[in-house]
Design a protein around this ligand. Structure first.
Ligand code: NAD
Length: 495
């Protein structure tokens, strides 16, 4: 784990003006324009990123295509790709302190969580796909004797990766690592408010021996660079994590351009269901509080709808309130704090808008609901709980992506299932019960990409992550994600 001393040194590091990373080097944006990078820790600018545009995306895609055609990565032996990616993972681990602090200055995630979830998790993901490269086989089809049917697995070509700001390294690695392992070349569009760690990641990939052009990073505004990537005629696929509205746009861009395939990991309104026979109510309350409030609720799988069975409602709410009050909100670079800053002043305003509407609609505020630590100049929000939430309220239907929990009661298992599934989303969920049969029935009944039982979150790289319904389609993580970046080609050979 990183030490407070190391953090204090790194928090003062000069970052300066960052360029784009194209063809293995840092270059200026074509327009020469830049965007300031403001830290949510204190509201002050501490760096700038290049404000890329469609011409820069085109440069990056051309570089990626040239590298792909050249074949020094796409047609390299699996052993070579494995060696380079393994070295890449080692370098990410070696620079974990630097990457973690850089990322926290950019997006405000508490360092204890960011350190594990960002560089360490990204390194683990890169290593996982490095190790998988030489274990993916083609197939021989069961044909008649006079023919040979072969099924080859080939890289797609140029893959565009578009990432949100909550965990840019972790989520970026979930896409970049399998895409590279499969032999593709990649153009990354980082989130405008948290680009720095991904730029550094690309430099480390280059240092590890990734050939020029195989991994490019173009910073800039989503509506400009993201759109240009989505519309580019020479991009074969887009792997996206972010909001529903932008996901819809990417499908349109694909339809309007070259029908590139699009993988969407979108938002959620995940139900966390506590049955009266939960094995340990206190533990369930602590994990549930963490499951919505860590990283200020800016977690796609956050358990933002809590459903509690009436028989234990009062007891559970007491435990939940206590667990919530124990969470220390403050400077995300102080290891003593449990919850850091909201990623931007705009996001904080948006969260407070949800609080105001929930109050207007008749939900009861149990705790929180306000800004905190305004004297710092940063963006901090108190963990917020509303009860008496009903299905028709905005808080039950829309994703806040902030530290705001809506609580409902239920009586029966059928009612819990109905409430859990009354949403357009289907990303994550959890069930707390000591009854194995209830647990298994709920796993089958809940429409979501993952159902946690007697825990919340915490899945590792071995299991897929992704949603159903309007939470998107396509999966990150596990060997299933590797298949997304491979195309099948059949050979039919007369013997
Ligand atoms: P966002 O959709 O606003 O932005 C995501 C990315 O898309 C950013 O890089 C942004 O610059 C880019 N973008 C913006 N406009 C674009 C356009 N017109 N064309 C192409 N790209 C564009 O999302 P956000 O605010 O960064 O992240 C929060 C959202 O991400 C939440 O909805 C959250 O649930 C979701 N999320 C989902 C997962 C998951 O795995 N399912 C994980 C994390 C976050």
């Amino acid at each position: 784990m990183i030490s407070q001393n190391a953090i204090e040194t790194l928090r003062k590091t000069e970052i300066g003006a960052q360029g784009l990373f194209i063809d293995g080097v840092q270059v200026e944006a074509t327009s020469g324009a830049s965007l300031p990078v403001t830290s949510p820790i204190d509201g002050r600018p501490f760096a700038s990123i290049a404000d890329g545009n469609a011409a820069d995306i085109d440069r990056a895609v051309k570089s990626a295509r040239k590298a792909f055609e050249k074949g020094s990565w796409s047609r390299a032996t699996p052993a070579f790709r494995k060696k380079v990616l393994t070295k890449f993972a080692e370098l990410v681990e070696k620079h974990a302190d630097e990457l973690a602090v850089l990322g926290v200055r950019d997006n405000g995630t508490e360092i204890g969580m960011a350190y594990k979830a960002e560089p360490l998790s990204a390194a683990g993901t890169i290593r996982y796909y490095a190790e998988a490269i030489d274990k993916v086989y083609g197939e021989i089809a069961p044909t008649a004797e006079n023919v040979l049917g072969l099924i080859h697995k080939e890289p797609l070509g140029v893959v565009g990766v578009i990432v949100p700001w909550n965990f840019p390294l972790m989520i970026g690695a979930w896409k970049i690592a399998p895409a590279l392992a499969a032999g593709n070349c990649v153009v990354v569009k980082p989130p405008e408010i948290a680009s720095l760690a991904l730029l550094r990641l690309a430099e480390l990939a280059s240092e590890a021996g990734l050939p020029a052009g195989v991994l490019n990073v173009v910073t800039g505004r989503g509506a400009v660079t993201g759109e240009a990537l989505g519309l580019h005629m020479d991009v074969d696929a887009i792997a996206f994590t972010g909001s529903g509205p932008v996901g819809r746009r990417l499908l349109e861009y694909s339809a309007r351009s070259n029908l590139k395939r699009v993988f969407l990991e979108l938002g959620g309104k995940s139900p966390n269901i506590v049955f009266a026979d939960a094995p340990d109510l206190k533990q369930a309350a602590v994990v549930s509080a963490n499951g919505i409030f860590r990283n200020s609720g800016q977690v796609c799988v956050a358990g933002s709808r809590l459903l509690v069975q009436s028989a234990v409602y009062d007891r559970f709410m007491d435990e939940l309130l206590q667990a919530t009050m124990r969470l220390k909100v403050g400077d995300p670079l102080d290891l003593a704090n449990d919850v850091g800053a909201v990623s931007s002043a705009e996001q904080l305003d948006k969260n407070l808008g949800f609080v105001a509407r929930a109050t207007e609609e008749g939900a009861r505020l149990v705790t929180g609901g306000q800004r905190m630590l305004t004297e710092t100049g940063g963006s901090y929000m108190a963990p917020t709980i509303f009860e008496n939430v009903t299905q028709d309220m905005q808080l039950a239907r829309e994703e806040v992506f902030g530290p705001v929990l809506g609580v409902m009661r239920f009586e029966t298992e059928e009612e819990a299932v109905r409430l859990a599934n009354s949403t357009v989303y289907g990303l994550a969920s959890a069930v707390w019960t000591a009854n194995l049969s209830t647990a298994h029935r709920m796993v089958r009944a809940i429409n979501a990409g993952v159902v946690h039982v007697n825990t919340y979150g915490g899945a590792d790289i071995t299991v897929p992550l992704g949603g159903v319904k309007q939470s998107g389609f396509g999966r990150d993580k596990s060997l299933h994600a590797l298949e997304k970046y491979l195309e099948l080609k059949a050979a039919w050979i007369a013997l």
